[in-house]
Design a protein around this ligand. Structure first.
Ligand SMILES: [Zn+2]
Length: 205
């Protein structure tokens, strides 16, 4: 994306001292994709020089990179909520929980990025590159917010409709840890099954 690809074409407003002690070591960490390490160096710098525009920008940029790497890590995982067709939805509870937790981490770290950007804009409201970067992060936050909200809604509402007992074995279901299958049987009826119980049903037919 253009705003970050060009991030380092943006002249960083740093003193030579800030550059030597913080920017250069942070960039070194970033080169080996250690964005958490880079952020740590920048945060140390900001403790010593809280108003440094250049360091604030790097803080927002590294927060963004951390969020981005969690997000691409998530995209390689199997989807925890999968439609199987014919009104059947499979939900892996443990994985959904884990993913919701990771979504929260991303939202938090993007929030930190935004906070750093807002600090820069307070000092220098006409900084166009930073303004563009902020709108990018805003849109990313909104998208993630929608995604995790959808996931949370499906995860929390569906059991309310379907009840807590497996249609197959009649035993209790632990939605937080088990993989379950929801099946629509009419416009108002929703069944819930343990995944293994649902598979057994398929074998019988
Ligand atoms: Zn069952």
């Amino acid at each position: 994306m253009a705003a970050t690809a060009g991030a380092f074409n943006v002249p960083l407003k740093c003193t030579p001292e800030e550059t030597k002690h913080f920017v250069e070591p942070a960039m070194k960490e970033a080169e080996s994709s250690n964005f958490a390490g880079a952020l740590e160096v920048v945060n140390d710098g900001l403790n010593a020089h809280p108003a440094s525009e250049g360091l604030l920008f790097l803080r927002s940029y590294f927060c963004y990179k951390i969020a981005d790497s969690i997000s691409s890590e998530l995209s390689t995982l199997p989807r925890p909520i999968q439609p199987l067709g014919e009104g059947v939805l499979m939900v892996d509870g443990a994985m959904t929980n884990q993913m919701l937790g990771r979504f929260q981490e991303i939202v938090k770290v993007l929030g930190d990025a935004e906070e750093a950007i807002n600090e820069i804009l307070q000092v220098n409201p006409r900084n166009n590159e930073v303004t563009a970067f902020r709108s990018y992060i805003d849109s990313k936050l909104q998208k993630l917010g929608r995604e995790s909200e959808n996931m949370r809604m499906t995860f929390t509402n569906t059991p309310n409709i379907a009840g807590n007992f497996c249609v197959g074995c009649r035993k209790n279901i632990s939605f937080d840890t088990q993989t379950v299958v929801f099946r629509k049987t009419s416009s108002t009826q929703l069944e819930v099954w343990h995944l293994p119980c649902f598979k057994q049903l398929g074998n019988k037919n």
